[in-house]
Design a protein around this ligand. Structure first.
Ligand SMILES: [Zn+2]
Length: 386
């Protein structure tokens, strides 16, 4: 049995009363939380800093890890999408190389205190890594297809990947990629599937202003991407509302993670909050691709549904949740460190349906324990305790 104390202990939502002690058994499972007591003082291991539950990364694409450093920065989303597709088609990466890079990225996340991840997969390239990982993954099997005529075909192409994932004993659900790449009909079909199976869903939302322009019927840069993909979109009639307003009607009473939200307006955010959506930020990827961060002040009333993710190594130099937290802390004073820690733990675990195992101090579970400190308004990761 170990007795762990620190200057502060964060439980996933708030700090515990001063002097609280975590009692951890020999299998690293939390046994109980007790107030400081004289009789355990000589067994107490005291840490200088803040103890937190293991971090949860709400948004990643492990299968793109081999693209680290291969994609030019600041091109905007249409240009980014084109580069990723080109690299995947003509980059000449072997399966072994893709597996090796996914394996390295997974090990790196573990070292940086991440114990659970919400991860996007377009194929099965990362499944082997996930099967052998110490990290718990919830995989969002991503489906796309903008032409409503292909709804059935695209859904049927995606579903076998989810079945394969589940046959390997891994958690997963279906997810539409983004509103500019997935028809409303297909989003509705995916949402229905996840709702009926009580699974969370994620979608890239308003990551670029071009998405807004596309839905409002204005000139936009997606035209070049569709031409490159030889996708005929002459049938598309802009709904003349924001993308989020357009597709939000596909969801009813289910867990939705909206990823990025860089160009979401106050009205968009209110609409999504009324549907209990989670809002996931990936600030370093936003700077990498669009050189623009969300207006965090618009989210200050929604701290219980804010999440944090790293996105992929195609649009980030590291898969380090602390680095993401520090971008927000540096660029905005909207959130306290306590709220930021909640975004890295309990909220994220809840968004990906893992709140009974991860993201807080749960008796009977090993949700990981990290030691961090605050220095000049920034978070420092000291080490993993368990
Ligand atoms: Zn993403």
């Amino acid at each position: 049995m170990r007795f762990l104390g620190a200057n502060k202990i964060f439980d996933g939502r708030q700090y515990l009363p001063e002097g609280s002690v975590l009692v951890v058994d020999s299998q690293n499972k939390l046994k109980e939380i007790v107030p400081a007591a004289f009789e355990i003082q000589d067994k107490l291991e005291f840490f200088d800093g803040i103890i937190t539950p293991g971090f949860v990364n709400a948004h990643c694409h492990l299968e793109l890890s081999h693209l680290k450093g291969k994609i030019s920065k600041h091109t905007g989303i249409p240009g980014f999408g084109k580069q990723v597709i080109m690299q995947r088609m003509t980059g000449g990466f072997t399966k072994e190389h893709i597996h090796e890079k996914a394996f390295e990225a997974d090990a790196e996340m573990w070292k940086k205190g991440i114990v659970a991840v919400g991860d996007i997969s377009n194929a099965d390239d990362s499944f082997k890594t996930k099967q052998n990982s110490k990290i718990k993954y919830h995989t969002f099997v991503e489906i796309l297809g903008l032409n409503p005529a292909n709804e059935n075909m695209m859904f049927e192409l995606g579903l076998p990947f989810l079945n394969l994932l589940q046959s390997l004993g891994l958690n997963g659900s279906l997810a539409p990629h983004a509103p500019y790449s997935t028809s409303l009909e297909l989003i509705k079909r995916i949402a229905k599937y996840d709702r009926e199976n009580n699974l969370p869903l994620s979608i890239h939302n308003q990551e670029t202003e071009e998405e807004t322009k596309f839905f409002l019927g204005k000139q936009n840069d997606f035209k070049g991407l569709y031409e490159f993909l030889k996708a005929d979109i002459s049938w598309f009639k802009a709904p003349r509302v924001s993308s989020l307003e357009y597709y939000l009607k596909a969801f009813q009473d289910q867990k939705i993670v909206l990823v990025h939200n860089t160009f979401s307006t106050k009205e968009d955010i209110e609409m999504a909050a009324n549907k209990n959506c989670f809002f996931c930020f990936c600030p370093n990827a936003n700077l990498y691709i669009e050189s623009k961060l969300p207006d965090y002040t618009l989210f200050k009333e929604h701290v219980n549904t804010l999440c944090l993710g790293t996105d992929s190594l195609a649009s980030n130099d590291d898969l380090d949740l602390i680095a993401e937290a520090n971008v927000i802390l540096k660029n905005s004073n909207t959130f306290s460190v306590e709220v930021i820690l909640q975004m890295m733990t309990f909220n994220n675990a809840s968004a990906i349906n893992l709140e009974n195992e991860f993201g807080s101090l749960i008796p009977g579970k090993n949700a990981g324990l990290n030691l961090v400190e605050i220095e000049n308004g920034q978070l420092n990761f000291i080490n993993k305790i368990i």
